[in-house]
Design a protein around this ligand. Structure first.
Ligand code: BGO
Length: 277
């Protein structure tokens, strides 16, 4: 039988452990990631022995600054799971979507599960998941990992995406002109041999002067110097450093998404509150 591999990714405290336990029940194994003492949990989906779920360390971004980030990133790039189930804390959506924007650039199908929907329902915070789905360019679905609502649907979407060759996301976000110009140069110079859907993510990470990525691609010093010219031109033009340029533009895009997709109802009483009253 073909095994389907789901990778569970999300910020710390997004509810990853709760969801992992709901998905796998008792059928899980706990070990360490190779060579390090960061815990690695793997399990099989309940009633689906052909589906494995790997719990990635909780991370805020895929930058290579912490052991957890490096483990998560290397797993995604090397093992290429069939789908990423990105659990997002809906009560902290803006911050959590930062990682999501990076996950969408890896050439792996992504299903975003917005967690804590039970909390949002009580506070009167509404998220237009259909619109968010269109804007992000991947499946988005609401869940409560704690109450186990929406979890079956999220799994179904993940399994469907894992088996759909068209589910690989095409990143919707565009950076400003001079960044895109630099990214195009970088792709043309050193990434044209890679599959098309992974080029953009690599280009962005090279633009950020990500040494891990340059190492992974075995870039010669000559090519590094060549890219450095593109990066410097852009930094001068934008009067900012490469990493801040990318981070700021990601946050600005996300902030626009929040305005379009989120709404708060004041004086909101949830159905259960009304019944209680
Ligand atoms: C505590 N709804 C609600 N209401 N809470 C949730 C949901 C949900 O859908 N999902 C998760 N939580 P983890 P990471 C806690 O532990 O799975 C809660 O880091 C507490 N603990 O129960 O651990 C979950 O693995 C004391 O809350 O996240 C947990 O990603 C008081 O979110 C927290 C209150 O979930 C983080 C909460 C001793």
């Amino acid at each position: 039988i073909m095994t389907i591999r789901i990778a569970l990714a999300g910020n710390p405290n997004a509810g990853k452990t709760t969801l992992f336990n709901a998905l796998t029940g008792a059928r899980q194994s706990v070990g360490n990631w190779p060579g390090v003492t960061v815990e690695k949990k793997e399990g099989r989906l309940k009633n689906r022995p052909d589906v494995t779920v790997t719990d990635l360390p909780g991370i805020y971004s895929l930058s290579p600054y912490s052991l957890e980030e490096i483990i998560a990133r290397n797993y995604l790039l090397d093992e290429k799971p069939d789908v990423i189930l990105n659990i997002v804390d809906g009560t902290n959506l803006e911050r959590n979507l930062y990682l999501t924007t990076q996950l969408l650039e890896l050439g792996i199908p992504v299903v975003v599960a917005i967690n804590m929907m039970d909390v949002l329902a009580k506070s009167g915070d509404l998220i237009d998941t259909d619109l968010l789905e269109k804007e992000l360019g991947c499946e988005v679905t609401g869940i409560s990992a704690l109450k186990e609502t929406g979890v079956a649907e999220a799994v179904e979407k993940a399994l469907a995406s894992a088996q759909d060759p068209d589910a690989v996301p095409v990143p919707r976000h565009r950076f400003s002109g001079s960044v895109e110009h630099a990214l195009a140069h970088i792709e043309e110079a050193v990434l044209h041999d890679l599959p098309e859907h992974v080029q953009r993510g690599f280009a962005i990470r090279l633009f950020e002067r990500d040494g891990e990525t340059a190492k992974r691609l075995n870039l010669s010093d000559e090519w590094r110097a060549h890219l450095e010219q593109d990066i410097r031109n852009c930094e001068e033009e934008m009067d900012n450093d490469c990493e801040s340029i990318i981070a700021t533009e990601r946050y600005n895009w996300i902030s626009g998404l929040m305005e379009k997709c989120c709404r708060h109802i004041s004086n909101h009483l949830s159905v259960s509150d009304r019944i209680d009253a």
